[in-house]
Structure formats: structure tokens, C-alpha cells
Write a protein that binds this ligand. Sequence first.
Ligand code: PEP
Ligand code: MN
Length: 305
Amino acid sequence: MRIAGQVQIDDIPKICPLVSRAVNTQYGEKGTRVVEVAGVRFGGERPVVIGGPCAVESHAQTVGLARAVKRAGADMLRGGAYKPRTSPHDFQGSGLEGLCILSIAREETDLPIVTEVMDPRLVGEVAQVADMLQVGSRNMHNYTLLAEVGRARKPILLKRGMSASLCEWLGAAEYIAKQGNLDIVLCERGIRGFPSGEYSRYVLDLNVIPAAKMLTFLPIVVDPSHATGVSAMVEPASRAALEMGSHGLLIEVADLAFGEPKCDGLQAIDAATLGRIVRFAHIRREESEARSPKAVEVGASRPGN
Ligand code: PEP
Ligand code: MN
């Protein structure tokens, strides 16, 4: 039975030809497109680790954390100047001032920056500072924003919508690709499932990694911070993600010396933990190809009753 509006894995080559491995055959059956961000290579020789605060709150907090992230051995700095919050009364980010602070942090540390853009009208402004533009989970379905970031000529970190299927996620990537920008890195950040909120924030869907790798050549990274919402789970979740073949990690870091974070403090890790994760990522790379799961036949196994 065919249902209006339903897309399935088999439809990917038709609905997402630009990002489909089956259509764009230059990457072969297993090759990954390397997305380069100011010298950092997603899908390259080793996993990329991005660390930093949930939100840019102050100069001292962001520059201090950037230095700690650099010392921990991470490759890039994250931090939101524009924050998508559930309540409009909560801290919404520090906007333009936050972007200025991010550029100072980059000058101080040489770490390339990824930061979120939520408003299509602000893409130009954010792109002036960001080395990589982040499209957040809540905006994965915002097709106007996707087309606008596609025109920005910057690499894009495309988070998975919290309730998005793999087809919908690749469809969102296709909107960016249609503007002539194939420098897209997918980011799994946890999906809503029946136990969401009971013992963790979302359900970290690591199974999507080999499936995405089979269908597209775009690199894929994991955000264990938003996926778990629990700081103690971030390190083991990071290791698990790398074991499942993730090309990198996006992790929230905090230091209480700069005060209690204004958002997501319960999922933030300290710089020492980030350092351990970075070391694991580097060791993991040496064993990488031998141990990563082989491409699976997607759709071969369906849950029983
Ligand atoms: C973030 O990474 O800052 C963020 C808000 O994450 P998500 O869009 O995955 O909720
Ligand atoms: Mn956050």
C-alpha cells in the first residue's frame, strides 16, 4: 500500500539524489566525503572532537572554556550565540555580542568555530564569524533556513530533528545540497522515544550511523550531550558512538569557576573528561577500520511483535 507523503529508504536515490551514495557514485560503496573546516577534516583520518559551552554567556566564560578545550586536545570550539529555548522567557543567547566573543575566542586559541543560526535573515551575519554553521534539531525541517545556509558557502553541521526519520534528515541535507553546497556534516543528537525523559533526555540512536553511511557519503558525528542530558553518560556514550563508526563528537563543556551555566548545565562535562574522550578518539582511530561495523543491509531486520 502506498500512502501520500510517506518516504522510505528505497526512495532515497529519487528524493535525495545529490547526497545519495547510489546516485553520486564518486565515493564508491564506502568512501566518505571529507568536509574541511579551516583545516579540520570531518570524515578524514581521525575523528573530530568539538567542545565548548552550550551558550556563549560572557567573554571570560567562553575564552576560558576555549582555552580549556584547546588544552584538552579538541579540534573545534562550539557555543551558541542564538539559543532555541523551550520558553521565550529563558535566556535566548547573547546574539551579536556572543558572535564577537566567539571570534575573540578563535583568535586566542586558533580553534575553528561552529555556532547555530536559527533565523534565515541572520545567516549572513552569523556566517561572517562562524567557520561552520549549525542547523539545530528544531530547525531541521525549516526549509527556508536550509536553503539560505546552503547559499552561505560555509560548511554546515546539520543536526537531526528529534523526531526525524533518516529519510527526512537526508531530505533536509538535500535542501542544502540543492544550493550547490555539499559540505554537510550530519549530527545525531538523540531522538524522542517512549523512555525519553525517564532516565535520559533523548534516546541516542547509534544504529543510524551505519545506516546513514550506507545511504550517503556525508560524514556523520554524534552529540552525546543533548542525547543523554546527563553528564555522567557523556563519556561512555562518546566511546560507544566512536565504536559505531561516528566521524566525530560535539560535546558541551562547562567550568563552575565561571558560574552555573545558564542552560544545560546538567549535561556538561569538565575539561579533564573531554581530554580523556579526545585521547580515546585518537586511539580509536588507530583501530578504526578493523573494528567499525560493516555497512548493514538497511531494512533487512524488522522488529517482530
Ligand atoms: C545545541 O547544540 O546547542 C543545541 C541546541 O542542540 P539541539 O539543536 O540538538 O537541541
Ligand atoms: Mn545545550
